[in-house]
Design a binder for this molecule. Sequence first.
Ligand code: BES
Ligand code: ZN
Ligand code: ZN
Length: 484
Amino acid sequence: MKVTFSKTAKQSLQLLILPLYKEDLASKSLPKSLKDLLKQSNFSAESAKVLSTFISDKSLPSQLLFVGAGSKKEFNGTLARELGGTAARHAMQLKKTEVAIEFSEDLAVYLEEFLEGFFLRQYELNSYKTTKQTSHKVNTLQLIIQKATKAHRDALKRAELLNQAAVLVRDLVNGPSNIINSEYLSKLASKIAKDNSFKKIILGKKELTKMKAGGILAVNQGSKSDPKLLVLQYDGGPKKEKPIVLVGKGVIFDTGGYNLKRSGAIEDMHQDMAGAATVLGVMSIIKQLGIKKNVIAITPVVENLINEEAYRPADVITMLSGNTVEITNTDAEGRMILADALHYASEIDPQSIISIATLTGASFVALGHRYCALLGNDDLMRADIQVASKETDELAWSLPIHPDYDKEMNSQIADFRNYDLGSGGGAGTAKAAAFLEKFVGNKKWCHLDIGGTAMTTRPRPYQVKGATAHGLRILLRYLENQQS
Ligand code: BES
Ligand code: ZN
Ligand code: ZN
């Protein structure tokens, strides 16, 4: 999309979008002819209400779209994102590809959030059809702001970058597992490293076997593809500052293994690398955003399949940490690979660790599509993540790890078990996190379970059905807020 700033809307464009506060309807800056028109049409600028109309003013595009922003005093960043999403949806429905949007000075304060919503809503599913589909995406966008400043230009740049990363994450999560496979993620990680001159380490089966990453190897046993541990290092902060480590679950496809998933639960499991995709999404723009922190991304990549080599229920696995784990359910595979990645992360001696994963279906049962689950061993860190979550409207809700849940992950024959077999005690999300906590050593750690939010069937005004990239903006905002 080509985006430019201007003072007046180019007449040759197909559509002029005018977001309006309720208060604007009485303002002097709105021409009387438009005021009359809005009055006649009973348009009161209620939030998310729109009015589309034609005008014969030779100096303006011939079609106008008014979008209600509600009342000025109730407006905020979240509503601005939704407003942008609503504007984008209507532009697409009207099949307008060349569009101008006029912002009042007050609304231009929320330019970044508005554009974020506008760009995010324009996402179209990557098509694998052989006949080309016509796209109704906006390809030319003029932003009409009377006094455009550097802040406005920065807002545009940031919204464009966030969108670019969100497109990357959503394409990866929506994409089929025979295409978005471990080789694909590994090449992508290499490309991100090359484009940004990051240090990278890519470990394959040989290296993982040598270092005894038993959790990663066990889960991948049933797959012909090479398991991977991808590590990217961005040195954006002061030399002596310890890094923040991001760890993302990369299960290319989760059949459940011998504890096979039923139909209805299995089809969407190409999404099971959403944590890895999110972490790679962060790394893909972190440098361009100018975030002044040292950040390391670690993603274990495997595929949970079945063949005669696959790991079985009741196997006992020796993990990278040296601990033994009894497999009580082969479908609780995410925690096995994250355990090794978290141990690897803790050995780097980081400032803190954040893991992100489509770890449990239970997080959807508890919180639906709106909130991901937030757990961890450090209250201050959790509070900071909660701030980032609220600011970006990627909501997260805290769940507790009770010491009893921790005990339920102990095994009779090994150090731990990966599933609380037979207890029927609920709290699946917290127990998965209790298992992870055993592998972070004494490091500060928080965990986002995006099992319910990585994909949605109930999109918000700036989302579309399918992958959401939920967590991407939380992580980026958290890192930005940590800059001193
Ligand atoms: N990848 C799933 C979790 C999941 C389910 C993510 C639905 C997104 C949507 C995970 O590996 C899994 O299978 N978890 C089990 C845990 C159980 C075996 C303890 C689950 O949620 O049922
Ligand atoms: Zn599973
Ligand atoms: Zn899984």
